[in-house]
Design a protein. Structure first.
Length: 707
């Protein structure tokens, strides 16, 4: 079937597609807006982009579709891999039908020889994101063993650098750069969850690209299980970014007429990383299920009491929490049967009668009586071998053959592909949400899925497990639409757009050290908007690093997310509580701006000085933070640029209490600090203002208001 040349435009992005002829769609251009383009010019673009054959290559140009195929001469990574008992390993799809609805394309193509069909969905969102997914159906008479589906998007050869991320527990989202050279930069995740070391965005850009400069293209796989991303450049200069689910051996065996649908692969283009990031933020905020009520101040009890649950202690903590302005009180791990330590009880989702003889009602009623919401921690996908559940149903534990995987945190994984296990969890969670006035679930997931076999038989089970988790979350949200859910996974090990379709925020990291959080939140925010980033004020001495930070540095760091507290306030002094209450008041005053505005970051030549902020959608105001993360390279630190404001408007820039105190190795005042200064948005973005001298691990806040 013959298609057409298409050109979609949105928010400064163009996507030009060649859908002519029998082959799957090819991308002619993905990047900066081309403006109004005629069909004749699109045809000329297609002609102008066609390379000439070179020596020792096939005699005709190789058309690279969004699902690259070996059959046309492509020798890079195929878009679809699999086989039918050794045959049908290479596909040659012919387009049979194309449907177009606005900026959404649905293409059906068949390969009669391989006995396969695909439905390719390709669209541009209102924010300018490009996303695609593929449904593969076995049209043959025998089983087709699917190894993987990997849709791609091309980037130009002048994208010379790659940025991706690694990380670990307590230090997620560590950026790493390298040249985009010939070969394949492949990142594979086999943890059974997104992973603390996952590259949540794989980006390629022009040399030296930063937050506010340089063209950059990035992709994200919206999937919460095993996945892979790649940046591939061939010796002919073809450059692709791609990603999809990583399927374990034999995990998807398509019987006749069975189908597999890949997760969405998202692509974002920007003039600088901030613009790339804005597209993800605007997309998430445009969804009907996106949280829109003011994000309540949270107190989570974990670092206050750990497993030592006591009604008197917890009600006293709730009293103090209410006085400092907390709006949601979350009871963490330790409330259910046998859970006096981390080695027992997971899976026994009944309130522990020995600790809570009247159930959770006394605590819930007390919290609700103080005007706060009540939240509860759960970890449904895990089970301790030392639990009533494991003893009663050992067949519900994921295992390969007759062996159990090695334990992690004294845990195994509950096989949600087993109908009985799924039904048990649904009944228990539904019962808890029905009995108690619970407005929030902190949904944890504290170990990798290693050697994760589905019993009986021991076949690989991560694919099914991921789908069943989605199903469980969807069903609970249907039954209890008022309940918000946080995705927590050893902190930030399940951060992706698949889980965020079903949850209202992520727990960014188990590390509440404000210095570490500056980096973790900075890079998590590339994908996730502030209102979905859990950011808490920890105690003076960090639980995870032993560092000591001022309350202003801790609270000022938490301000730029979904603000919360992870601290035993019963041990805090009155002065500390009063200072914390001042920050809570500021958060409540600003959260309309913080959670609806545009995130901006400024590239500064001193790596110890970080500048970031949020600008109101109507450009009427902005809040910026200047954070000193280490001893400065030079002192004074020079001028910092404050981007994002209306160029032609005048703004008054002034320090913002309580983030206005200068703690610095100098007794001399910064001349503009006390009275503030009035400058145009253009001047603030281009010339900037002199930054204050600060001790390491301190920050200040600036407020810009349009005159």
């Amino acid at each position: 079937m013959t298609g057409e040349l298409l050109h979609w435009r949105g928010e400064g992005v163009s996507l030009a597609l060649d859908c002519t002829g029998p082959l799957l769609p090819r991308v002619l251009h993905w990047g900066a807006d081309l403006g109004e383009v005629t069909t004749a010019e699109l045809a000329a673009l297609a002609l102008a982009a066609t390379p000439q054959p070179v020596s020792n290559a096939i005699d005709t140009p190789v058309p690279i579709s969004v699902l690259p195929e070996q059959s046309v001469g492509w020798v890079g990574t195929p878009g679809l891999t699999g086989h039918r008992d050794g045959a049908a390993f290479s596909t040659a799809f012919t387009v049979e039908q194309i449907e177009r609805h606005g900026r959404r394309l649905t293409v059906r193509a068949d390969d009669e020889a391989a006995g396969l069909s695909v439905v390719l969905e390709l669209e541009m969102t209102e924010s300018g994101l490009v996303r695609q997914r593929v449904t593969v159906t076995n049209e043959g008479a025998s089983v087709f063993l699917l190894d993987g589906v990997l849709p791609t998007l091309p980037v130009p050869t002048y994208a010379t650098e790659i940025l991706d991320f690694t990380g670990r527990h307590l230090r997620e989202r560590i950026p790493q750069r390298q040249p985009f050279t010939v070969g394949t930069r492949l990142r594979e995740n086999r943890r059974g969850r997104t992973g603390a070391d996952a590259s949540i965005v794989l980006a390629a850009g022009t040399t030296g690209f930063g937050f506010d400069c340089g063209e950059v293209w990035g992709v994200h796989v919206a999937w919460s299980g095993n996945h892979r991303t790649l940046a591939e450049r061939t010796s002919t200069g073809v450059s692709l970014l791609g990603g999809g689910e990583l399927l374990l051996a034999g995990e998807v065996r398509l019987a006749p007429a069975e189908s597999y649908r890949s997760p969405w692969l998202y692509g974002s283009y920007g003039d600088g990383l901030d613009e790339l990031s804005h597209r993800f933020h605007r997309h998430l905020r445009s969804r009907p299920q996106h949280p829109r009520s003011p994000r309540p101040v949270i107190l989570n009890t974990w670092e206050a009491v750990y497993f030592n649950h006591d009604l008197t202690k917890l009600t006293g903590l709730a009293d103090i929490a209410a006085r400092v302005g907390v709006e949601r009180f979350v009871l963490d791990d330790g409330w259910f049967r046998h859970r006096r330590h981390e080695r027992a009880g997971l899976g026994d989702w009944y309130v522990d009668e020995t600790v809570w003889p009247k159930g959770l009602h006394p605590l819930v009623d007390h919290v609700r009586g103080l005007g706060m919401q009540f939240g509860l921690w759960v970890e449904p996908e895990m089970v301790n071998p030392d639990s009533d559940l494991a003893r009663a149903h050992p067949e519900w534990i994921m295992q390969t053959g007759a062996r159990l995987p090695p334990e992690a945190r004294y845990q195994q994984v509950l096989d949600l592909g087993h109908a009985g296990a799924y039904a048990y969890l649904l009944e228990r969670l539904d019962a808890l949400l029905s009995e108690y006035d619970i407005g929030y679930l902190k949904w944890d997931h504290n170990r990798d899925l290693i050697d994760a076999g589905h019993s009986p038989g021991g076949a690989a089970g991560v694919h099914v497990q991921t789908l069943q988790v989605y199903r469980l979350l969807d069903e609970l949200r249907t039954r209890h639409p008022h309940v918000e859910i946080e995705s927590c996974s050893s902190g930030g090990s399940r951060v992706d757009l698949g889980i965020l379709e079903r949850t209202d925020r992520i727990w960014t990291s188990d590390c509440n050290d404000a210095l570490e959080r500056q980096a973790i939140q900075r890079w998590t925010g590339l994908l996730v908007p502030p209102e979905m980033i859990g950011a808490h004020v920890g105690p003076t001495v960090s639980h995870t690093t032993g560092r000591v930070h001022t309350i202003d540095f801790r609270a000022g760091t938490a301000l730029f997310g979904h603000f919360g507290i992870e601290w035993d306030l019963t041990r805090a002094g009155e002065a500390e509580r009063d200072r914390l209450a001042a920050w809570v008041r500021l958060y409540k005053q600003l959260r309309g701006l913080l959670h609806n505005g545009t995130v901006v970051r400024s590239d500064h030549p001193d790596p110890s000085l970080w500048v970031h902020g949020i600008v109101a959608a109507d450009l009427s105001q902005a809040v910026y933070a200047i954070a000193s993360t280490a001893t400065a390279v030079w002192s004074p630190p020079g001028q910092v640029r404050l981007p994002g404001l209306s160029p032609d408007a005048t703004y008054r820039l002034a320090p913002l209490p309580p983030g206005d105190e200068l703690h610095a190795p100098t007794k001399h005042a910064l001349p503009w600090w006390d009275a503030g200064v009035e400058l145009s948005g253009r001047t603030l973005a281009v010339a900037g203002v002199q930054a204050p001298v600060l001790f390491p691990e301190r920050l200040v806040l600036l407020h810009a208001t349009r005159r």
